[in-house]
Design a protein around this ligand. Sequence first.
Ligand code: ATP
Ligand code: MG
Length: 508
Amino acid sequence: MMNDWAGLPANYSDVLRRAMESLFRTFENFSEGTFIVDADARVVWINKRYAARFGFADPQQAIGRDCEAVIPNSLMREVVKTGKPILLDILETDREPLVVTRLPLKDESGATVGAVGFALFDELKALTPLFSHYSRLQQELIATRQSLAQARRAKYTFASFVGTSAASLEVKRQGRRAAQVDSPVLLLGETGTGKELLAHAIHGASGRANQPLVTVNVAAIPDTLLEVEFFGAAPGAYTGADRKGRVGKFELANHGTLFLDEVGDMPLPLQGKLLRVLQDNEFEPLGSNRIVRADVRIIAATSADLPALVAAGRFRADLFYRLNVLTIQAPPLRERLADIESLAYAMLEDLSTRVHGGAHFELQEDALRLLCSHAWPGNVRELRNTLERAVMLSDSERIDADALAPFISPLQGGGRSAVTMPFAPGSAVSPAAAANALGSTDARFEAAQRGAEASAPSSWAEAMAGFEKRFLSEALRANGGRVIEAAAQIGMGRATLYKKIAAYGIEV
Ligand SMILES: Nc1ncnc2c1ncn2[C@@H]1O[C@H](COP(=O)(O)OP(=O)(O)OP(=O)(O)O)[C@@H](O)[C@H]1O
Ligand SMILES: [Mg+2]
């Protein structure tokens, strides 16, 4: 017999037989127990020690019995039936568990004629280092997953959405209803109206609450990186890619919720890809040929006028209809003046515990009137910023109109130009919104504001705000009113710029 392996004896089958015999003997010697069954899983041989362990003083008493009658929980019948080995398993017994190996025995034609089982260790002690290493890793994995899940859990609940006006109650009702189902939710509303808060609340009240809530802020990520952000990339898939590749937000959100914030800013090519993923529930990370299935609930939000973007061809109509299954319109603050007092007190309480050592702030009548007379283009966020600044500079816990006035719209040109929303890039002032805002404006206060505007700034905050408004207006003018270009030129995120445009009432 030819052989290119130097030193191998010519009688190959003899070596094989010896190997098998010595393998069996080695196992038999070192194992705590060995037994053999026939094709019907009946015991044909069992060593003394093993038989004794299961209560048979003489191994002969076990012969001919079903394997399960001798060794409870034995899986030898499965091995005989399938012809497949069970290489490593743990057999629970009424004493310590045993680590076992089960191998089929075959005849020359390959038919299974029986099986042999070895109990390798009397106890798991010999495997202790391996087991403790394994269980430590397992514990670490559980802890890491838990802390990650904590970070991805909803930050707000419906209780965090302050407001008992009819409009707020309706929003919360719709939100709770949306939490009961799995279809996409579209949150619309001006900046600062609580869309992000609602997204968290809906996820937190849904059946996916214990799964991740993953956010992608479309406006904050450069277009070129968005696809990878969404779908991930195989290692080395693109220049500058992480060597290890990258898991996309879609995959991270699996079984949970994906919150697409500022969805109106999504570039058109990516809109097409997103639509396909929403239809097929699967995608391929960049540069991989791996198909990832994702079970993800979508909540999208935008402060842009999405139907107008669709009409202008800047947002795909098919994607819009796909997202627009359940739509919740977060009302602007000026349309729910009844909420201002409770919102202001909730914010003052928060500021008091976090910043002002438990102070008891109180709003005077005139302060409340002032708050209710403002158009709040930046909505709840602007209200919060205003209160934060006022209490920071106030010496008293009693907040009156004088303490607030310097921080309320010092620059809003007395009304109409203050209400330039919805402020999708290039969108026009909504006459209805403007009229509405003016309707709720206290004429006396407006006059006072106009008077104040003409005079020199009375505080540093006012002066800085004045400077910022002029600076941003100038940058916008220099870029022909194009927000994205202006933002790039002055090194500001476009979402931030949009918010400032709204807050200052800059017309674009
Ligand atoms: N009803 C509310 N009750 C309490 N806090 C609120 C409420 N609505 C909004 N807020 C607070 O106002 C701030 C702005 O809210 P949020 O970020 O949810 O607004 P948004 O609609 O996502 O705004 P943008 O379009 O600018 O992203 C947050 O600090 C939020 O906690
Ligand atoms: Mg938001």
